[in-house]
Structures are given as C-alpha cells and as structure tokens.
Design a protein around this ligand. Structure first.
Ligand code: TYD
Ligand code: MG
Length: 487
C-alpha cells in the first residue's frame, strides 16, 4: 500500500512543507499552511511509474486545419470584448469575483446564448441544486434554452460523461472549489484538490477542444481564494467586479493568453439579469452632481474604448495630527504623489486637510492620465470653486509639476464631444495631436501651476462658505469599499 504523505501546503501559493510553520517562506503570508494528504497526483505507485515506457505520440506542424472556427463568440459583445473576441477552442478561463456579484448569472446567460445558437453548452453546478439553477434561468427568461445541466462535483464523473457524444463547445464549472478528484485524498476546496481537479479539466479541454470556464471564489482581500495556483495553469483569468449595492458590474481580464488584458466589459444588473452596457460613459456620468465644487470629469481610455467618468474630491480641514487620505477607485500612491506635487510646486497646503477622492460609478482607474483630473477636483474642493461643467480633463503629472502627454488624445476628445462636452483641459504638448474638427474648445496646460491659478481665480474665500455636506463625494464610497481599498 502506498504510504500516505502528509504535508503542510500553503493555501495561498501552494508551496509544501514537511512541518507546520507560521509563515509561508515562498509567498510571505502568515497562517496559510494547512495539513493535506499529497499522496501522488497519480494513484500509480512510483515503482510502476518509473518502469512504464513512455507512450509515443504524433508530432504536428504549426499550420493545419481545425474544423471549427478557433474562436467562439458568446453572443454577448461585452464578454467577447474581454476575452479578446470569443472563447478559444480548448482554452480554460477562470472567472473570479465576490459572492453574489453575478458570476453564475453571467455564465448562465452565456451558456444559454450559445445553446440557442445551436452549440452544445454544458453547465455543471457544484454549489446549487438543479432546481436553484432552473429558478435562476426562469427569472432570466432563459428556461427554454437547450443548455445541458447537472449538479455534480466529481471530476472523473464529469469528464467521463462529457466524453460521450459531440464535444461540448462550452463547459461551465461553477465552482472549481467544489470539485474533487479521486486521485488525491485531501478535502474539496484545499489547494491540492483544486489544483488536481483543475489539471484534469484542463487536460480534458486541451484533448477535446472544448472551452471550459472555471468559476473561482474570491477572498476578502480580493484574491481568487486557494487556487492562486490555478491562475498560472489557465489561459485567461477574468475578474468580475462591482459594488453589491450598485447596478454596475465590470468584467476585467487580469491575464489573457489570447487577447489584451486592458479591456473591460460593462454590465448592469437588472431584475432580468445582466444587461450589456455598450456606452459606459453615459452610465458613469448619468448621476453627475452638476455645479458642486470638487468634481471633475476625466476622459479616460479602458483598453480600446474611451470612458468618461467623474472624479469626486473632498478636501476638509482636519483636527487629526496625521490627516486622512482615502481613495476609492484609484491608486493611493498616485494620490499621494499628486498631493506632494501640489504642495511642493504650486504652494497648495494640504497638510492640515483630510483628503478623500472617489471615482464615481464603481470604476477602478489604472491610467496615470487621471492625474490632471484628480488635481483639478482636489484644488476645486479646496478653494470651493466649481469647475466648468462642460469640461473634461486628462494628462499625466510629473514630479516636477509638468503636465505630460498621454496616449490616444484624439479618441478621448472625440468621446467628450460625442457626449456633449464643450471644452477639454489637456497637456500642452498634446495640442498637435488634437484635431480641431471635434468642435471642443481646447485649454492646453503646460504646468500644474497654471491649472491651480486658473481654478483659484474662480474660487470664493474659504471663510465665508457654508459647511458642505460630504454625501456627494461619498455617495459611491460605501464603507465596505473604503475599508477594502484603504485597509
Ligand atoms: P449570482 O449570479 O448568483 O452571483 P454569484 O454566482 O457571483 O455568487 O447573482 C446573485 C445576485 O444577483 C443576487 O444577489 C441577485 C442578483 N440578481 C439580480 O439582481 N437579477 C437577476 O435576474 C438575477 C438572476 C440575480
Ligand atoms: Mg454562483
């Protein structure tokens, strides 16, 4: 009988140790080691394995024909945009997201679309009973779609069932943490089980050409729980984000072997499931606080698509020794940098003020191009000066206070003009790129000092102003999101 080998496996990164220890030396996380039985991923004893002669296989050329199109459109434009044009045959995708964010809804809709288009689409639920999945499909108005449904958790049973008949074009496994395989003895949900189950499913996908979507849970700190190891094995990792209290959901590619990783797909959760939002700017600007100091519209780019979004700032004097800096939807270190540049080069004293910055609508901005809009919103709040409501802002701020050009100036301006904006504040050096046919009034800025002076000239002295309520800034900043993003 094979000797069972117990070891301690880090549930974060998968590193294995002979004895328990408090800290994982591989990833530096504390208290992540759990005891697991790692008796071979294959049940064959080592003595037999080493004697087995390797099987010979045929070598192929790079060119060659596959019968079906290599990519399969899901029928949902926003989903296709994130995957890079549809599901690639034989590829495995991991979709992560908080519980209740809408992963099962999204994938039920995707499988139904494919099934209705005549493809074999399979939905395996390891979490919900058949009746629950049916209930959801009914709510979504998809009960008539010929999706093949099962509530199963044994990977061997799933692989053996799906090997029968035509190869499925899409298989959804909801979720990978509930799957288990006979080849390892640890409990379902442990790293060893998740890794072995994912490996078996990936092997099946590569062998048959079926596309597989694995659903993965996310821990409180925003990582796909347990199966960090799975992230390395799959072809693409998509993360489904949003605030439970808000309608918007954003699907983002974190890793993609077959497409770009900077594209986002925008959805709205409605009573009838997820609705695709093809023009996100309209959605993000739909609840603008017109005429409030401290708000600026940023003309951004997400992937290939321009997205306009409102940045909201609140600068309030503080009684704390260390003033508070809180930011939602943007990089906190970028905010610190913008604040430092404002202090050092523009004489804007913020050390006695709490600073809050929020990106409206639940979007998370990653571009440095948002610097200028953030600075404008901050100064506007500090001096209580309302910015022109028809202006958009974009540009990167360097440590010396110079406003630097950013990519895709023309696309940003075009989107702003399309949405009815009248002027754009942009880097001086990008003026050449900005074609005049958009009809926007351009206000090129060479240095941050100029912007500060322009906004200050519109301001009213701080002393005669009524205390302002903070709700406009914190409207989208739910406590949960603040805690998560600011620790
Ligand atoms: P679900 O897809 O079950 O989330 P996940 O699989 O990521 O855990 O979605 C659950 C939430 O979505 C639930 O709180 C209700 C909401 N919802 C709607 O608002 N409308 C709908 O049509 C459906 C099906 C769900
Ligand atoms: Mg679910």
């Amino acid at each position: 009988m094979a000797k069972s080998s117990l070891s301690f496996v880090c549930q974060n990164c998968g590193a294995a140790y002979n004895r328990w220890q408090g800290k994982c030396e591989a990833c530096g996380e504390w208290n992540t080691l759990a005891e697991e039985d790692t008796t071979g991923a294959t049940s064959m004893p080592v003595s037999i394995r080493s004697k087995r002669k390797g099987r010979q296989f045929a070598l192929e050329s790079l060119s060659g024909k596959s019968q079906d199109a290599p990519r399969l459109s899901s029928g949902m434009t926003e989903l296709d945009r994130v995957t890079g044009g549809g599901f690639v045959r034989g590829s495995v995708l991991l979709v992560g997201g908080d519980p209740g964010i809408g992963k099962s809804t999204l994938l039920t809709q995707a499988t139904s679309m494919l099934a209705r288009a005549g493809h074999r689409a399979v939905y395996i639920s390891g979490e919900e009973a058949i009746a629950q999945v049916r209930l959801r499909a009914e709510r979504l108005g998809l009960a008539d779609a010929p999706v093949q449904l099962a509530a199963e958790t044994s990977v061997e049973d799933i692989v053996s069932t799906l090997s029968e008949g035509a190869v499925p074009r899409l298989i959804v496994i909801d979720s990978i943490q509930t799957m288990w395989t006979d080849t390892v003895e640890s409990a379902p949900g442990t790293v060893t089980q998740v890794r072995a189950s994912a490996q078996a499913l990936i092997r099946f996908a590569k062998k048959t050409g079926a596309a597989i979507i694995l659903v993965g849970h996310v821990t409180k700190d925003g990582q796909i729980a347990g199966p960090r190891v799975v992230e390395h094995m799959v072809d693409a990792v998509l993360s489904f984000e949003g605030e439970g209290s808000q309608q918007f959901r954003i699907l983002r590619a974190v890793k993609n072997r077959f497409g770009p990783t900077d594209e986002i797909g925008v959805f709205e959760m409605t009573g009838l499931g997820l609705r695709e939002v093809s023009n996100p700017s309209e959605l993000f600007l739909s609840e603008r606080d017109l005429g409030t100091p401290g708000t600026a519209v940023f003309a951004g780019i997400e992937g290939t698509r321009p997205v306009l979004v409102e940045l909201q700032a609140l600068v309030a004097s503080t009684s704390l020794g260390t003033p508070r800096r809180a930011v939602v939807g943007w990089d906190p270190s970028r905010l610190s940098m913008v604040l430092a540049v404002l202090e050092a080069h523009c004489g804007v004293k913020l050390s006695g003020h709490d600073v809050y910055l929020n990106v409206a609508g639940g979007l998370r901005i990653q571009e440095p191009a948002a610097d200028l809009a953030a600075a404008a919103a901050l100064v506007s709040s500090l001096v209580n000066a309302q910015l022109p409501t028809d202006a958009v802002y974009f540009g990167e701020i360097s440590l010396s206070g110079v406003v630097r050009p950013v990519a895709q100036t023309a696309a940003r301006l075009k989107e702003a003009a399309k949405l009815g904006f009248g002027r754009a504040v942009l880097p001086e050096s990008a003026r050449g790129e900005a074609s005049s046919d958009t009809g926007l009034i351009l206000n090129p800025i060479g240095g941050l000092t100029t912007l500060v002076a322009e906004i200050a000239a519109r301001g009213t002295p701080r002393a005669n102003r009524e205390p302002r309520d903070a709700t406009s800034v914190e409207k989208n900043a739910t406590p949960a999101r603040f805690r998560r993003e600011n620790g």
